[in-house]
Write a new protein. Structure first.
Length: 395
């Protein structure tokens, strides 16, 4: 009798342990939502403030001001769909554009064949997806299907088109993206008319490889208007942000980027290892707002997000730059995926006075963070703790 009771107790304990283990992953995934519902705010370090010369940190010490988390409760807003083979594994790093008061997404998707393609989605409010197309809307023409170490290290897969950035200039939407084929990752540029885009006639122009010969270019974006009569593009060649100013974005007869490294990493800062342009710049009263990504030499496995303001007439001049990241990979959806510890911005818009930043999380999901634009800019330019809006669940 005693033996039977002991055996029963062992079975009960084992079942309890299994249930506890099964629940642990779910509890981690919903921890942030539960905390927000209870009204408890998490904090991050302050966006920073005025810097003197770029790359110099006053006193060599970090300043630990904090502000309310700007992540949306709805995150992640786009996740892989197993029923669609082409986006069954990963959906991340979205280019976005605001047209007719709606936010349109072109997000990077990787499916069962390991190829990166672009999917389309649209949102009315910027936080919930109204519609998502069941098939890809852009695919880079692959000439060689085999394992590509450069593509695998930049989000997974064997090749294709990666990390789009969208910019509207006149009636044309330009898309800069990273093309991964048999060689080095190259920055490519294509375009589509605004009319065709809205009507979903995916008549893209033939893409042009605009990277300097023999160079790896991992991200790039265009300014939405000319500066002193020149079209300006930001791009990353390790470890800095380069800038090129051109008469046109046509790149005729095999022309390529011929810029220089103008915005550089900062030793002993959170962006000391490498930086790159995230979302295409947004014009503000203080200058061009650039949301960018950075990696710390002392924390090299984690991508973080920062902000800087560039002079409106000379984008090579950094007016303000965040001392600390404005977003770090802390939530479950930024750590449970293809690659842990990633927040990677590719798009941002301003809608009804609210700055909406879209980013890839853990190389697996699309997420959004937001702030009141005026408060965000004031916090950067006046070295004070900003009051950043926390989004509530939208129904």
């Amino acid at each position: 009798m005693a033996h039977a009771q002991k055996a029963k107790s062992r079975k009960t304990a084992k079942r309890t342990a299994v249930k506890t283990k099964a629940r642990s992953g779910m509890s981690r995934r919903h921890a942030a939502a539960r905390k927000e519902k209870r009204g408890k705010r998490r904090t991050l370090r302050n966006v920073g403030g005025v810097l003197g010369k770029q790359g110099i940190q006053r006193g060599g010490k970090k300043e630990e001001e904090s502000f309310a988390v700007a992540r949306a409760q709805e995150n992640p807003i786009i996740a892989p769909m197993g029923k669609n083979d082409w986006e069954a594994w990963q959906t991340f790093n979205p280019g976005v554009i605001l047209l007719d008061d709606k936010i349109h997404f072109l997000y990077r998707a990787i499916g069962t064949d390991g190829i990166s393609r672009l999917g389309y989605a649209v949102s009315n409010d910027g936080f919930s997806i109204r519609e998502r197309m069941p098939h890809p809307v852009y695919q880079h023409a692959m000439t060689h299907y085999s394992f590509n170490i450069h593509s695998y290290l930049s989000g997974g897969g064997w090749g294709g088109c990666e990390d789009p950035r969208l910019t509207l200039i006149g009636d044309t939407i330009y898309m800069a993206y990273v093309a991964c084929d048999q060689g080095l990752p190259q920055l490519s540029l294509t375009s589509i008319s605004k009319k065709d885009f809205l009507e979903r006639n995916w008549k893209w122009s033939a893409p042009k490889n605009i990277s300097p010969p023999g160079m790896i270019v991992k991200s790039g974006c265009l300014f939405p208007e000319t500066i002193k009569g020149k079209h300006v593009i930001l791009y990353r060649i390790f470890p800095d942000i380069w800038i090129d100013a051109r008469d046109t974005f046509d790149f005729p007869n095999g022309a390529h980027l011929e810029g220089a490294p103008e915005i550089k990493i900062r030793p002993r800062f959170w962006d000391s290892r490498k930086i790159g342009p995230g979302a295409p710049p947004i014009k503000t009263k203080y200058g061009w707002l650039l949301i960018y990504y950075g990696v710390d030499e002392r924390d090299s496995s984690r991508y973080k997000m920062g902000a800087m303001l560039l002079d409106k007439d000379n984008p090579a001049k950094v007016v303000y730059r965040s001392r600390q990241p404005i977003l770090e990979p802390d939530e479950w959806y930024e750590n449970e995926g293809h690659k842990a510890g990633i927040v990677y911005p590719c798009g941002a818009v301003v809608k009804n006075g609210e700055l909406l930043i879209y980013y890839g999380a853990a190389d697996s999901f699309v997420c959004v963070a937001s702030a009141d634009l005026d408060e965000f800019l004031e916090s950067m330019t006046h070295e004070r703790t900003p009051r950043i809006k926390v989004n509530r669940v939208r129904k």
